[in-house]
Design a protein around this ligand. Sequence first.
Ligand code: AMP
Ligand code: GLY
Length: 428
Amino acid sequence: MKILIIGNGGREFALALRLKADNNDIFIAPGNAASNAIAKNINIQNFNELALWAKNEGIDLCVVGPENALDAGVVDIFKEQGLAIFGPSKAAAKLESSKTFMKDFLAKNNIRTAAFLNTHDYSHACEFIDEIFAKNASKVVIKADGLCAGKGVIIANNADEAKMATKDMLNGQSFGDAGKRVVIEEFLDGFELSFFAICDGENFLSLPVAQDHKKLLDGDMGPNTGGMGAYAPSMLASSDLILRVENEILRPSLEGMKRDGTPFCGVLFIGLMIVDNEPFVLEYNVRFGDPECEVLMPLIGGDFGEILLKAANGELENIKLNGRFAVGVVMASKDYPYKSSQAQIISIDNKELSVNEATSYNTNDCHICFAGVSQINGKLAANGGRVLVCVGLGDSIEKAQAKAYELAKKISFTGAQYRKDIAYQALR
Ligand code: AMP
Ligand code: GLY
């Protein structure tokens, strides 16, 4: 098949690696400086033009990486041209693009989530914040309604802090229009899991449960990031818990979306908080997680492109797993997540890496997914943000972790930083 992947990060690199393994021809729009080594980068930004290009090129399937493209309606645009595309419509993508929509949907369908208030009214918000602290809560969570690239969530330690954050959101100061409605919600104290299912509008296939590491520093300290590493499958998800998530969350979610006339086709990524063995929905995302995608792709057997095509056509079939374990360690630039950094040449084993060598260090038990990279005179450079993910594989988390860190130690660029404890919750 000819497959077009939309996006430019490590997630899309991982999708490309996996889909190429089944002998598909891969195109990535726009891709990054490393993805040309495994696919053909297509530099068309406008989705109407991209759909026309895809039609002319005879693309058999399009797979969408990032939420912004979904929120912009790329799936609707491609479908109008009669193209097969795996991802939710703009209307279904609202599960991620509006947190107030998401919370109302959860409440309407009786799906367990933190107690909350949706509002655009400051005094109403303050009353709810006071109510929460009156019940002896230690914290409260304030969320901007719209997409904020993972930054629109504030965890406040007291009512004053919470009210200040709410005020800054509502008057547009902190997140512009995205913050003009907010969700105020009860703080949940537990552990987080990332649950992924491939959906065709009606049926689903669950993928191995992953765990992300959102904090910058070891031991889950420091500021929140887009994710500093992940592993799967997580033994923190018992088979009983997985069944409960499927029956109490996933099924009612798909049924609710179908009933509302916006059936969900694509990857439903449920951000879970497990509190005393009870799964609560923190959020839905309507796409693969990054870096979760990087650890999930190498665990999927069979012809993955066929599975996604069937899902896109509403005819989902079984998925095979290969029984392996994966750990992904994110290497980020010096000033991540605070500000962008100057481009720095990437070396492996002290040798500068050229753009066409992006996959030359890959083996059966480790590989690199490139994300924030550019090129300088034909060499690959760390371009700021999350630069790459070292993925290790094995027949246990221990072995996969060892392989990931073996690889990470060989890679260097000025200012590189990474966590040394990815998968610690699975190993203690
Ligand atoms: P979200 O974008 O809603 O997933 O929030 C980002 C992160 O904030 C989550 O991954 C959690 O670590 C944290 N978070 C969000 N909501 C809550 C909550 N109700 N209780 C505790 N932590 C939360
Ligand atoms: N790793 C979390 C996300 O992609 O949103």
